[in-house]
Ligand binder design. Structure first.
Ligand code: FAD
Length: 411
């Protein structure tokens, strides 16, 4: 088979690239080793970025997602500092008076990713192959030659969009990006039913508990009384401290004074599973001759929040636009794909930089404690943090030391 664009991976990054190409009238082949619906270990938290981007590609997709029954609308985040002071930050400051158009939600990846794959199946421009793993890739003068192990499946492509996730062999072997424990998080997640005291407006919860620093525990409410509960920690810290994340989480839920009450009647549904989060806390080269790396394959996860789905969508769309430009110019050189990196880092870079600074804050629990103490009583700070979900310029303030100095002395 031959195609102009082959996308490896039909997760959020790859699916978005395919949908954007289809909108531009460009045919593509998408190959995924899994057969959908398939699960993906994740916190299942989707920020406003996801809906915003899907709407940009096609309003219809946004409308169908808004109507979907498998998701739980969420109106904000609760941060809990190591000193146990919590702060509720709504995504929209006036959400209680304006319940239209929720932008954040939680939904199981098995449902969300399958929703996107169904969108791929609606488009005649997209040919999707499920249950096929791309294991061989050879760059020749006229294109990339891809195949599975036994070469029963073969594709020749002018351009490949590599969106095969955190364990991408292409990223390691061809792009030369290796896992660095200081830029990588180890995460586990479990599904629980029957946790008490969930927020009435389904705020997602991030608990920076003392025994977990520099990691944190999350509780993200799902439909049907379920919640996604997990722990994430920088891989170098987990290694240095020899932490067993699963044990740490189970012990914390059983013995921590707050958690033990909240989980008293909770039931674990299914198994506790782990996976890696490649962080965007370091800038990397995301392209080469005839290829671009998208989403987790390009190490684009937010280092503070652990959010990777939104960034996978953004990079997927930018890769599709760059592929369209390359086809129009008949230029598939690494030099031409420089523009892909420029656009990804122009759009996502400022946020990634601020989050890298905020991530370092977690190493200073006293500062974090103070911020929460002040913030829980300070409407100005709450409003500011609420706005920070929409405006990166405001997030930037949070990455500057002067912000904290002013805050503490202007109380
Ligand atoms: C514990 C944990 C919690 C997280 N919580 C959140 C959260 O709450 N919110 C959030 O936004 N992000 C979260 N993330 C990050 C998020 O899961 C990823 O950033 C996101 O899945 C990236 O999407 P992607 O399309 O790049 O890759 P993936 O979703 O990993 O998709 C890659 C696809 O490629 C396919 N594939 C792999 N290898 C091959 C191959 N050789 N050939 C063909 N196909 C292949 C796979 O089957 C898969 O379908 C979390 C991650 C972890 C591990």
């Amino acid at each position: 088979m031959e195609t102009k664009v082959c996308i490896i991976g039909a997760g959020p990054g790859g699916a978005t690239a395919a949908l954007q190409l289809a909108q531009l009238g460009i045919e593509c082949i998408v190959v995924d080793k899994a057969v959908f619906p398939r699960d993906k270990v994740c916190g299942d938290g989707l920020s406003g970025k996801v809906l915003t981007l899907l709407e940009r590609i096609d309003k219809g997709i946004g409308e169908r997602l808004q109507k979907a029954m498998f998701k739980m609308d969420s109106w904000g985040v609760t941060f809990v500092a190591p000193n146990r002071i919590g702060m509720d930050i709504p995504y929209k400051p006036d959400y209680q008076n304006n319940r239209s158009d929720p932008r954040g939600f939680v939904c199981k990846r098995i449902d969300f990713d399958n929703f996107l794959v169904d969108e791929l199946k609606r488009r005649k421009e997209i040919r999707l192959f499920e249950g096929v793993s791309i294991d061989k890739y050879e760059l020749k003068a006229d294109g990339y030659y891809l195949s599975n192990k036994d070469e029963t499946f073969q594709v020749k492509a002018d351009i490949i969009i590599v969106a095969n996730g955190a364990q991408s062999a292409f990223t390691k072997d061809v792009a030369g990006i290796k896992m660095e424990p200081e830029h990588y998080v180890a995460g586990i997640r479990a599904y629980y039913k029957g946790i008490s005291d969930l927020h009435p407006d389904n705020f997602i919860e991030l608990h920076f508990l003392k025994n977990m620093l520099p990691g944190y525990l999350w509780i993200f409410p799902l439909p049907n009384g379920e919640a996604n509960v997990g722990v994430g920690m920088l891989s170098n810290s987990a290694r240095n401290k020899k932490v067993n994340l699963k044990k740490l989480m189970l012990d914390t839920l059983a013995t921590d004074p707050t958690m033990k009450d909240r989980f008293k009647n909770a039931e674990l549904a299914g198994t506790i599973d782990g996976y890696g989060l490649p962080l965007g806390s370091k800038k990397r080269k995301l392209h080469g001759d005839r290829y671009m790396l998208v989403g987790d394959a390009g190490y684009l996860i937010d280092p503070f929040t652990g959010e990777g789905i939104g960034n996978a969508l953004y990079s997927g769309r930018i890769a599709a636009q760059q592929a369209a430009a390359a086809i129009a110019a008949n230029n598939f050189s690494a030099e031409f794909f420089n523009a892909y990196d420029e656009n990804v880092y122009r759009i996502l870079g400022p946020e990634l930089q601020v989050s890298t600074k905020l991530q370092k804050l977690i190493k200073y629990p006293w500062l974090f404690n103070l911020l929460m103490k002040v913030g829980s009583r300070n409407k100005q700070l709450k409003d500011l943090m609420s706005c920070m979900f929409h405006e990166v310029d405001l997030r930037k303030k949070l990455g500057k030391p002067m912000f904290y100095v002013k805050l503490l002395f202007n109380r």
